[in-house]
Design a protein around this ligand. Structure first.
Ligand SMILES: [Zn+2]
Ligand SMILES: [Zn+2]
Length: 95
């Protein structure tokens, strides 16, 4: 058997809706530098608009309608040695 690549599971972090191959997003002027009107599947390009090249930081869920950071849609399976790596860096200065 060929080695199985670790593919992240993609779903909405808020409602767990899974985007389908025929799901489409539109490049609107919601973010600065965007708004070319391109319609495409944003998970094919990791949030980058093929029309204007804008990197979308936020991705709207087509099911619940809420927006989440694009990276939070990717859910990687836990590593095989059972070690859960916490890569969350706290940028807040709470003292
Ligand atoms: Zn959702
Ligand atoms: Zn665009």
């Amino acid at each position: 058997m060929p080695p199985k690549e670790r593919q992240p599971h993609i779903h909405c972090p808020l409602c767990s809706w899974e985007p389908r191959p025929d799901s489409r997003w539109k490049c609107t002027s919601r973010e600065p530098g965007s708004g070319c009107g391109m319609v495409w599947n944003t998970f094919w390009t990791a949030g980058c608009c093929p029309g204007c090249g804008h990197d979308w930081a936020m991705t709207q869920c087509l099911s619940c309608g809420r927006t989440s950071p694009h990276e939070q849609w990717y859910h990687f399976p836990p590593s095989e040695d059972g070690e859960t790596r916490e890569t969350k860096k706290s940028l807040e200065t709470t003292r």
